[in-house]
Design a protein around this ligand. Structure first.
Ligand code: PRP
Length: 181
């Protein structure tokens, strides 16, 4: 599966949009920027499940300072292929008061998930909150958001792989694929 150029699931076909080498190069560039900006701040990274697990694992191993991580569950799409604005958040007991927080997301699409999350996290009185998104579909944005770190801007196509799913499948593809029929 990993090496094929076309991925098929439930009658839909996907082809490579971003190859694995480009993904890893982009992750390294993001890690270098974050290391430079946050070296003395010791931020806490919040990994948003499930989509961010692959990006977070790659990014965090390239971050060159001592840091804490936490995971949060957020769900917006359900089984559909586009975001609907309803975001379910499961926040653990968080100790982020006075801390600099970096949210790790695989993709920011409409922005509803990040907007809801930032609102909820502000209740814990952190010093700052910024977002690291591997992908962004800025064309799809429904809310105004400032995403500090964006890896790659992608067009408004349904994308899977590197954590992103279609009905829960395709997350473990090492490249990012987009739907073409
Ligand atoms: C995806 C993605 C983001 C969100 C982005 O998560 O991981 O969290 O959607 O979309 P938005 O900007 O339109 O809110 P999803 O809800 O599909 O959950 P998953 O990570 O478990 O796949």
């Amino acid at each position: 599966m990993e090496n094929s150029r076309i991925y098929e699931h439930k009658g839909k076909k996907f082809r490579i949009l971003i190859p694995e080498e480009k993904i890893q190069q982009t992750v390294a560039e993001l890690a270098a920027r974050i290391t430079n900006d946050y070296r003395d701040k010791h931020p806490i990274f919040l990994i948003i499940l499930k989509g961010s697990i692959f990006f977070a694992a790659d990014l965090l191993r390239k971050i060159d300072f001592n840091t804490e991580i936490e995971v949060i569950s957020a769900k917006s799409y359900g089984q559909a292929m586009s975001s609907n604005g309803n975001v379910n958040l499961a926040l653990p007991k968080l100790n982020i008061e006075g801390k600099d927080v970096l949210i790790i997301e695989d993709i920011v699409d409409t922005g509803y998930t990040i907007q809801s999350l930032i609102r909820a996290l502000n209740e814990y009185r952190p010093n700052s909150i910024e977002t690291v998104a591997f992908l962004s579909k800025t064309e799809e944005r429904k809310v105004e958001l400032d995403v500090k770190y964006i890896g790659i801007e992608i067009p408004s196509e349904f994308a899977i792989g590197y954590g992103l799913d279609f009905a829960e499948f395709g997350r473990n593809l090492p490249a990012i694929y987009s739907n073409f029929e």
